[in-house]
Write a new protein. Structure first.
Length: 364
């Protein structure tokens, strides 16, 4: 019998002995292995039944998000292949090409293995190359030096803790909700009014830092209509977690209608709406006019433009629904809703707060 055959028999005998000595643990492992497919199926069904998470990066809805997703899949595939190769090499090394204590290893006069040294030098270099090429390609593809033809250009200004949007060439200014048409390239010019922020709408693209004194750009074209939730992704102070935004992707016709309404003057107050009329007087005589702009009423530029406030779905940078009750709650005590908010309490009575909320809700 050859030495290799004897070693193989001894290994098999030792393996069978270990199976006999540890029958119960192996039985438990077998039961777990049998149940694993059922658990995986249950998790898969649960995932299918659940609604799509709003902050997922695994459901791309723009060209930019799709490119990033494809890059992630490609790099993960290479990683999985490398992991498989390592596992196979480890298994072979441990169970087939190793010696046991007490076994005499055959003498060897080989001082080095040129092929092995070349493999572990060239192999990692190829891995880096395989990952670098698609990464660099995606970087250049997603960051064109000039806006694509027909782009909608929007200036984005990040504040503590809200977002300001100015649409180039239209005079439209809004806050915390960005409307864009589906299928049209969008060029965002990102800048900060105070500290470092990061613009991130996961289903539409990757994070892009917003740095004081610097303009960073983000280019994308949304492919699916819908409302997509975003978030500041760089810690920027006490209410960083409350600095949210929404991107409303709509058909070109819906976007054109929205833009037309935003360019128009606010809806005139109805004489029958006494509360809104009283609220208009309260606003005109309050410190609100110092910070907020309402077309034809005030020229403030330090806080969100309120000209068409009632056309938005949320307030306070997306943390409250835009309802009269939420507006009144915000006016009464902003710091209780958003810690560190730079809007001070106005010291108004309950009726005055209600009237002011009614006025703001009339600004469509």
């Amino acid at each position: 019998m050859t030495p290799l055959a004897r070693r193989t028999i001894r290994r098999a005998s030792g393996f069978l002995a270990s199976r006999t000595m540890t029958a119960e643990p192996f039985a438990r492992m077998n039961r777990l292995a049998a149940a694993a497919p059922l658990m995986a199926a249950a998790l898969a069904l649960a995932g299918c039944a659940a609604s799509e998470p709003p902050m997922t990066t695994l459901a791309p809805k723009s060209d930019l998000a799709q490119w990033i997703y494809d890059l992630m899949v490609e790099v993960t595939a290479w990683d999985a292949l490398i992991f498989l190769i390592v596992v196979v090499a480890f298994t072979l090394a441990v169970f087939f090409f190793s010696t046991r204590v007490g076994e005499a290893a055959p003498p060897s006069s080989v001082a080095s293995d040129l092929a092995l040294e070349a493999a572990w030098t060239i192999g990692p270099a190829l891995v880096v190359l395989m990952i670098s090429i698609p990464t660099v390609r995606t970087i250049f593809r997603s960051q064109p030096p000039v806006p694509p033809a027909g782009s909608l250009e929007v200036k984005v200004i990040a504040h503590q803790w809200w977002w300001e949007f100015h649409y180039a060439g239209s005079g439209i200014a809004t806050a915390n909700e960005l409307h864009i048409p589906v299928g049209r390239p969008i060029r965002l010019a990102l800048q900060s009014a105070d500290v470092i922020h990061s613009f991130w709408v996961p289903q539409l693209g990757g994070k892009r830092d917003v740095v004081p004194g610097q303009i960073n750009e983000l280019t994308l074209a949304a492919r699916v209509a819908g409302t997509y939730v975003g978030q500041c992704a760089e810690f920027c102070g006490l209410s960083h977690a409350n600095m949210r935004l929404r991107v409303i992707v709509e058909s070109p016709e819906q976007f054109a209608l929205w833009a037309k309404l935003q360019q128009a003057a606010p809806t005139a107050l109805s004489a029958a709406n006494a509360a809104a009329s009283d609220g208009a007087r309260i606003f005109a005589n309050s410190p609100c006019t110092t910070c907020h702009r309402i077309d034809g009423v005030s020229k403030g530029a330090l806080a969100p433009d309120l000209t068409h406030f009632a056309s938005r779905t949320t307030l306070a940078a997306g943390i409250l629904p835009n309802t009269p009750e939420s507006v009144a709650r915000w006016i009464a005590n902003p710091g209780a809703v958003k810690p560190g908010a730079q809007m001070p309490p106005l010291g108004l009575g309950a009726n005055q707060v209600s009237d002011l909320a009614a006025y703001l809700e009339s600004l469509k």
